[in-house]
Write a protein that binds this ligand. Structure first.
Ligand SMILES: C[S@@+](CC[C@H](N)C(=O)[O-])C[C@H]1O[C@@H](n2cnc3c(N)ncnc32)[C@H](O)[C@@H]1O
Length: 375
């Protein structure tokens, strides 16, 4: 069966490395925001991918030549004629789908079309309902209905790919992440950052700006010993609640990051500092957030993996302060460009990417999916 894993643009290579490690995947093809691959059959590891935003079993690809409303009926008929029993058999092996199931259809459009995505979703959803033997819930009316299954439609300039989500919910929606506040991080990116920093069993990881604990929990789930802190007691409480639901053991407390407690003992500083968009720096860092990095340079002995708004240009700030940069890459996050930086303080060895990631990054660069600085 063919699978399409979707991910944050700029992290395709990190997602491919996870697919290769977790699944018996063949014919892996990298594209913008996606990794396509073939599996011998449904595999529960698919629903446990952490770096992908979501994953879908592909039903097939059909021509989508007419980009006007007149093209919708032929498109719906072609999609309905695909091998849906095979796709349903694969998906129901991965998560239970009740007899009286309700499905929705989510379309995305690349290129120019004279109809919106809801028109495509409704046309395909209506044609698929009798084929799937399920009730179609349109997303164009008021209020989204709870559904058991999602059909995904990727409308591209010359073709349309139809697929079904491998789980009942998108992979990026972690069941444990229920306590959230402003500026909280996208969990798949947290998982990618933990991988870039080589976080594994027993590593000592520190997140001094932990917010709701996304990085801390993802690192703890990799087997790391995690210490987390935040100035805001509500965010520390959120971290502990989220970690508890995830079954992750970590230490979290209220502290001002300016005190640099624990930095000298950290193998990895894994963090997402405030960048004055959703959250402003507070406490001792309100006047000069950059002062944190100057102070950290003298204390940290391990490596840092940090996500920041691209406007802050953290890689340049660190470079000028003598840090060794192992990777500085841009990616698109919630409509903004962010930097992910892997670096070590002056005097420490410059950190490289762990091998499978370095190899997949080379492939993504060669395929033109990413550029040396991201995209
Ligand atoms: C971008 S958020 C981190 C979000 C987090 N990665 C998550 O997934 O929820 C930045 C955090 O830094 C905290 N913060 C701001 N100034 C701080 C300081 N001086 N010391 C420690 N934490 C601070 C804020 O309370 C906020 O929770």
């Amino acid at each position: 069966m063919r699978v399409l894993a979707r991910c944050v643009h700029g992290t395709e290579w990190a997602t491919a490395a996870e697919v290769e490690a977790a699944l018996p995947a063949s014919d892996v093809v990298l594209g913008r925001r996606e990794v396509a691959f073939t599996l011998p059959g449904p595999d529960p590891a698919l629903t446990a991918l952490r770096r992908a935003d979501d994953a879908f079993v592909v039903a097939g690809e059909v021509p989508a030549a007419d980009p006007t409303r007149a093209g919708l009926a032929p498109l719906a008929a072609a999609v309905a004629a695909l091998d849906w029993p095979a796709v349903l058999a694969a998906v129901t092996a991965l998560h239970p789908v009740p007899r009286s199931a309700v499905f929705d259809c989510v379309a995305s459009i690349e290129g120019r079309r004279s109809h919106n995505r809801f028109a495509a979703e409704d046309a395909v959803g209506a044609a698929l309902a009798p084929v799937l033997g399920m009730r179609f819930a349109s997303r164009s009316g008021a209020g989204a209905a709870a559904t058991d299954l999602t059909v995904r439609l990727f409308l591209r300039p010359g073709s349309a790919v139809a697929a079904v989500r491998v789980g009942a919910r998108p992979l990026h929606r972690r069941p444990w992440k229920r306590d959230t506040g402003p500026g909280t991080l996208h969990p798949p990116l947290a998982a990618v950052m933990a991988a870039l920093a080589g976080v594994g069993d027993g590593a000592a990881v520190l997140d001094p700006f932990c917010g709701d604990g996304t990085l801390a929990v993802e690192a703890a789930l990799c087997g790391a010993r995690v210490a987390a802190a935040d100035l805001d007691p509500d965010r520390v409480a959120a971290t502990l609640a989220n970690a508890g639901r995830a079954g992750a053991t970590l230490d979290a407390r209220v502290a001002d990051a300016a005190h640099l407690d624990g930095l000298d003992a950290a193998d990895v500083l894994l963090t997402n500092p405030p960048w004055s968009r959703a959250v402003a720096p507070g406490g001792l860092l309100s006047a000069s957030p950059a002062a944190y990095w100057a102070a950290a340079a003298g204390v940290l002995r391990g490596r840092a993996c940090v996500v920041t708004d691209a406007d802050l240009d953290l890689p340049d700030l660190l470079r000028r302060a003598g840090w060794g940069i192992g990777l500085a890459t841009r990616l698109r996050l919630a409509g903004r460009v962010a930097h992910v930086t892997l670096a070590a303080p002056p005097g420490a060895p410059v950190p490289g990417l762990p091998d499978p990631l370095a190899r997949w990054r080379e492939r993504a660069l060669a395929a033109g999916v990413v550029t040396a600085d991201g995209f």
